[in-house]
Design a protein around this ligand. Structure first.
Ligand code: CU
Length: 162
């Protein structure tokens, strides 16, 4: 009986790091998607971050498909759609942060390879507390405003990309 309990404890200890790595310590990434884009150009990634743990902060993004990745914010100035880099994003427990067309997004600069519709590629998000979380991004068509399975809301206008 005692031996058996030790065995259980040991397997729990072995499994724990793998689970922490996959879930990023309470950080969950949902609906990660991108648009088809050609090599050498700019790509974009949209996703939703849900923080199930303590307050955290997204401090960096990277992807092997691009020379550089940056967190960006779209905004409108005098009726012209523009964007600027955002150094970090605050996360509160239970308050999902949505990266979507017309708002926050991950910009992939100088793509090392084309992003073709139907492909998936990894993006790694770095959090102040949770560390690195890698997610697979699904590539939609070049003109996709929203993934097909997501309800349209807000101003998901086709002209406001990224
Ligand atoms: Cu951008």
């Amino acid at each position: 009986m005692k031996l058996r309990l030790t065995g259980l404890l040991l397997s729990a200890l072995v499994l724990a790091p793998a689970i922490a790595l996959a879930q990023g310590d309470g950080i969950q990434i949902e609906n990660a998607w991108s648009r088809a884009a050609i090599q050498g150009r700019t790509g974009v990634v949209y996703l939703t971050i849900v923080d199930h743990g303590a307050a955290d902060r997204l401090t960096g993004v990277s992807s092997p498909v691009a020379q550089r990745a940056q967190l960006h914010e779209s905004f409108s100035e005098a009726g012209v759609s523009k964007m600027r880099p955002v150094p970090s994003l605050e996360l509160d427990q239970g308050k999902p942060v949505v990266l979507a067309p017309g708002g926050y997004h991950i910009m992939l600069m100088d793509l090392k390879r084309p992003l073709n519709q139907g492909d998936t590629f990894p993006v790694t998000l770095t959090f102040a507390n949770a560390g690195q979380v890698t997610v697979q991004v699904a590539v939609q068509g070049a003109g996709a405003a929203m993934p097909m399975h997501m309800p349209m809301h807000g101003n998901g206008m086709p002209g406001t990309k990224p």
